[in-house]
Design a binder for this molecule. Structure first.
Ligand code: CDP
Ligand code: MG
Length: 681
């Protein structure tokens, strides 16, 4: 396979020029839909590109302790390699772990492999993701998020349960996978030297840039799978687009009116809100298309979507109906959807960005890398030739960075550092990272953990404190863990557990923009002048009161499934608390102590109202604003703590809680005294 993805020749395309042009006289090509619904699953397995390489692959997999395997998305790596290993009896004494950066992928892949093996999920094939474990003593092939394997490593640094670890989607370079590289490498070496129990490590990637992986794993051999990529026509816009959503909308309908309905469209966008908004607009427009225009099903795809809804993307659209999938970068490599003939690439992605000076991590919509652009266009050529419409100019494409920067170099490292220390890694600063984070970022993370009381420095060394050890037991960000651990002091553990669980489950509330007025009216009943945390809490209490009644959920724009998950998460966090003998109490109706506790746990994320009505983050003096979705948007309290920053047109604080300046000062007198001008009121 060549070392270059061979970009197809570019053509110019200008969306917007022919919006709504109907050309009904043009005969449709009516290609038979290449669904695989009727092909027996055994046959499907044999049709995968990887199947032809099976004997050679097994030969190599048997011999080598480390393998790096590259193959196009959809060639069968993730679903087949674990089965090949199992069927050939490689590493059967223990389990095979297959890590995925995303929860959805872990769940859906485990489901698929269980189906292929004709067994019930949770038996031979299972999965473990945060707050959900579908495995049993029979499980041999275990799909899991990279974060979960890292967490398991805390209790079992040598990963003795596993004989093979497959680090999948390695090209994504999530911070957890990056840390796992170091953890499995160390485990492999120690197991060989001390215990003579081998550990096989397989790194799988969908992109070619694997020199770094090979170098890191002692120059291990790289196996390439021949791809089955069909030609893809790439189109660029003539001019830069100021509104990529509008451009995407126009392109969808332009294709819809010109292409046969069996050709599905995949649109890459940045996040849930804009996906849901565009889905609604598309559905509205589709309803009013002239006669003769085929119907359209619009399917959103993003990580926080309930799994049942996520699975809808794999279902075939009814005959004569076009499927339009609006997805985040989740469909770039980890999920393969058949039937895609057109890709529309907005060129944008929502990703973390970190400023080590300020210690603040923000989620921001930003340009993708060239590698991502090629991955996205590749989705159009899986089964036949296809087209990719890039909603940016060729010059803009040329200016993209070649590779995505590994997450470890652009995220807040506090959580990872805490885990590494809990793993007993003596010198975190010199951990064997494949790509080292900047010393400033490491320093900033240690400082953050020090502020939270999780670590302390002695003679230049950093140690985990007793509090830090407890914090590491929670599968949560350090500040949430800290807030939980503080809660018994405020007699509000029940409430804090509930709030943290609500924040750990994505989006328990629906906010359809088209029904904004209705949403606001429904929310008003629960809206608390104390902020979003308290509002969420009162919605949850109301949800429990009606026992999760579906009708009630619909009327109040509450996501009943995710609310149900909150209960599970809460139960699991409670279990950890009970193991630590934390006192579980409820403060009842008076929630001031809950806010005190939040202020104490989250003081690093605090902001202060300025005389001109704007806000400054207390830590960095960076200007921030209240997100319009917050119940405090109008109220503008003097001091707030917030959960996260979202960078769009400006830097927005999301999920806010009203606090007193005094509480912040009490939480960290030295910190605020040293760094800030905060004064006692
Ligand atoms: O890992 P890689 O991208 O190489 O491929 P894979 O995930 O093993 O997928 C191989 C094939 O399995 C896909 O092309 C799909 O046809 C099928 N598959 C599926 O039908 N449902 C899933 N949840 C996952 C895979
Ligand atoms: Mg895969």
């Amino acid at each position: 396979m060549p070392n270059d993805p061979h970009p197809p020749p570019a053509k110019k395309f200008k969306p917007g020029s022919v919006f709504f042009r109907l050309d009904r006289n043009k005969p449709g090509m009516l290609l038979p839909r290449k669904g695989n619904a009727t092909t027996p699953i055994e046959v499907q397995r044999k049709q995968l590109p990887i199947y032809q390489a099976k004997p050679q692959l097994l030969n190599q997999l048997r011999q080598l302790p480390n393998v790096i395997l590259i193959g196009e998305t959809g060639s069968g790596k993730t679903t087949q390699i674990p089965q090949y290993l199992y069927e050939a009896g490689i590493g059967r004494q223990g389990m095979v772990a297959i890590t995925q950066p995303r929860r959805v992928a872990a769940i859906s892949l485990a489901g698929r492999v269980a189906e292929e093996k004709r067994t019930q999920l949770g038996k031979l094939v299972g999965y473990t993701v945060r707050f959900e474990d579908v495995t049993s003593s029979e499980t041999k092939l275990k799909f899991m998020t990279d974060g979960m394997l890292l967490r398991e490593a805390i209790g079992d640094p040598l990963l003795l349960r596993y004989t093979v670890v497959v680090l999948d989607e390695a090209h994504e370079r999530t911070v957890h996978t990056d840390v796992l590289f170091g953890v499995v490498k160390a485990a492999q070496r120690k197991r060989r030297e001390l215990h003579k129990i081998p550990l096989k490590v397989i790194v799988m990637s969908a992109t070619m840039d694997v020199d770094l992986f090979s170098e890191y794993f002692n120059k291990s051999p790289v196996l390439y799978l021949e791809g089955r990529q069909h030609p893809i026509q790439i189109y660029y816009t003539k001019h830069p687009q100021s509104d990529y959503l509008q451009a995407a909308l126009v392109s969808v309908f332009q294709i819809h009116q010109e292409a046969p309905p069996s050709h599905d469209i995949l649109v890459f966008m940045t996040g849930q809100e804009e996906i849901e908004a565009l889905a609604r607009t598309c559905r509205d427009i589709a309803k009013h298309l002239p006669d003769g225009c085929s119907p359209m099903v619009v399917i959103p795809l993003y990580a926080s979507l309930p799994p049942a809804q996520q699975l809808r993307v794999f279902q075939l659209a009814p005959k004569g109906c076009r499927k339009v999938i609006l997805s985040t970068n989740i469909a770039e490599t980890s999920l393969t959807i058949s039937g895609i003939k057109y890709v529309i690439d907005t060129g944008m992605v929502k990703a973390k960005r970190f400023n080590p000076d300020s210690g603040l991590e923000v989620l921001a919509v930003q340009r993708i890398s060239k590698a991502q652009a090629w991955q996205r266009s590749g989705r159009a050529g899986r089964e036949d030739s296809g087209s990719c419409y890039r909603l940016y100019t060729e010059a803009e494409f040329d200016s993209l960075i070649p590779m995505t920067v590994p997450e470890i170099q652009r995220c807040n490292l506090a959580s990872v550092m805490l885990q590494l220390m809990a793993l007993g890694i003596p010198d975190v600063m010199n951990f064997d990272f494949m790509s080292k984070p900047s010393p400033e970022a490491v320093h900033s993370a240690v400082e953050h953990l020090e502020l939270l009381g999780a670590v302390e420095r002695k003679e230049g060394q950093v140690f985990l404190t007793a509090l830090g050890k407890k914090m590491a037991s929670f599968p949560l960000e350090p500040r949430y863990a800290k807030t939980i651990l503080l809660s018994p002091d405020y007699s509000c553990s029940e409430e804090i557990l509930c709030i943290v669980s609500l924040l750990s489950v994505d989006t328990v509330l629906f906010n359809p923009p088209a029904r904004r007025e209705e949403v606001l009216a429904a929310r008003k009943k629960f809206s608390s002048s104390e902020g979003d945390h308290m509002t969420l809490l009162s919605i949850y209490r109301a949800f429990k009161k009606v026992s999760g009644n579906k009708e009630w959920c619909r009327e109040n724009f509450v996501n009943s499934r995710n609310m149900g998950l909150v209960k599970d998460v809460q139960a699991q966090l409670k279990e950890i608390c009970l193991k630590m003998n934390l006192k579980m109490e409820s403060c009842g109706a008076d929630t001031e102590d809950v806010r005190r506790c939040l202020a104490h746990g989250m003081f690093v994320n605090a902001a202060e109202l300025q005389p001109d009505g704007s806000y400054l983050a207390l830590d960095t003096h960076q200007p921030v604003a209240i997100h319009p979705s917050s119940v405090l948007f109008q109220a503008k309290p003097a001091y707030v703590v917030f959960n996260e920053l979202l960078h769009t047109s400006r830097c927005y604080m999301r999920d806010l809680c009203l606090v007193d300046a005094d509480w912040l000062l009490d939480a960290a007198p030295e910190y605020f005294g040293r760094k800030l001008h905060l004064t006692r009121s």
